[in-house]
Design a protein around this ligand. Structure first.
Ligand SMILES: [Zn+2]
Length: 122
């Protein structure tokens, strides 16, 4: 697999032409590519970006909080001051990147919902 779909997805660009923008707001998609006209109706990242953010971000924050508690045993306000900004950072920063990446990979691999196919020889 070439690196092109990954690059386009992480930059939030159209998965087909790489020129048009994918996002309209922070996470909402444009209806179509402004450059090549690709309809973004196929794009459905679902819960994928959130799952990756929860798994990796949760691991980072919980691991750091546990290490800090075991080593320094700070008061609770220190935990709040440290981990609330870190939670925002590790959840919001990668969310858009991951959504763009998953949509680009969905387009590249032609991934879609399963459909029943009626065979003609029956
Ligand atoms: Zn395009």
């Amino acid at each position: 697999m070439s690196i092109e779909p990954i690059s386009r997805g992480l930059r939030g660009r159209c998965p087909r032409c790489g020129q048009g923008r994918l996002f309209q707001g922070f996470l909402s998609l444009r209806p179509a590519c402004e450059h090549c006209g690709l309809d973004y109706g196929f794009a459905d990242a679902g819960d994928g970006p959130a799952v990756f953010v929860i798994l990796f971000g949760g691991f980072i924050v919980v691991f750091a909080a546990l290490i800090t508690e075991f080593v320094y045993q700070p008061p609770y306000w220190v935990h709040a001051a440290l981990w609330l900004p870190l939670i925002l950072l590790v959840t919001l920063a990668p969310l858009r990147l991951l959504k763009g990446l998953l949509i680009a990979l969905q387009f590249h691999h032609k991934a879609a919902e399963g459909r029943l196919v009626h065979r003609s020889d029956d």
